[in-house]
Design a protein around this ligand. Structure first.
Ligand code: SF4
Length: 213
């Protein structure tokens, strides 16, 4: 098969190969509805998904709805999520998020980027996770793995997350953007690590411009 010569061609070929490699790409934050995913994603800043999954069962048992969380005592929320970094600001943010959901959106998680990034603790990355995983909307979350692989695969030279998202969006069909991001993240964790990319076992090594294999 000919090597793809354009960034868009490499992005498409990358996703085709990663679909075969990781057919079940799933968000690793445990959740049952958009409100729980939004909460878990806010908590995941500078924390591992495993760490977040350890605190959310107790958190959602105690505060199962936006209403319950909006009325919570922040000090009590801090105790429940106290094993996570930045737990004080995160407790304040998730209670504030729940209050704004009730005040402005009838307790529902809104769908648009503009509405989501109004919520405390929610930036574009979190909004894109919630949009693509829980709301059925296009969204391409850009994290450190997506940034690194986009550079190694020479999909874009941009370094700002919003500019990377803008550059990648037209390369991937809207309905596949969330899964593309999830698969790049999985590949970054398992094969193309920041310290030592394992090019010799990478399924992208025949066309990746940075391959050392
Ligand atoms: S070939 Fe190497 S640098 Fe390229 S994506 Fe694979 S592991 Fe990363």
């Amino acid at each position: 098969m000919a090597r793809p010569r354009t960034p868009k061609g490499r992005a498409r070929r990358t996703h085709e190969r990663l679909i075969e490699e990781y057919p079940e790409a799933k968000c690793e934050l445990d959740h049952h509805n958009p409100f729980e995913l939004l909460t878990a994603t806010i908590l995941s800043a500078q924390a591992t998904d495993v760490g977040v999954n350890k605190v959310t069962p107790a958190l959602f048992a105690r505060y199962p709805t936006p209403q319950a969380l909006a009325e919570a005592d922040i000090a009590e929320v801090e105790v429940v999520i106290g094993s996570l970094g930045l737990f004080r600001s995160k407790a304040k943010n998730i209670v504030g998020m729940a209050q704004l959901l009730l005040e402005d959106y009838d307790g529902e998680v809104p769908h648009t980027m503009k509405e989501l990034v109004r919520l405390p603790g929610v930036g574009r990355k979190t909004a894109n996770v919630v949009r693509s995983v829980a709301l059925g909307e296009p969204g391409l979350p850009v994290d450190t793995h997506v940034t690194r692989l986009s550079h190694l695969l020479e999909l874009t030279e941009e370094t700002d997350a919003v500019k990377i998202e803008t550059a990648l969006n037209p390369m991937i069909p809207a309905a596949q953007r969330g899964e593309f991001s999830l698969r790049l993240i999985l590949h970054g964790r398992r094969v193309c690590g920041a310290r030592k990319p394992r090019c010799w076992e990478c399924v992208l090594n025949d066309f990746c411009p940075s391959s050392t294999a």
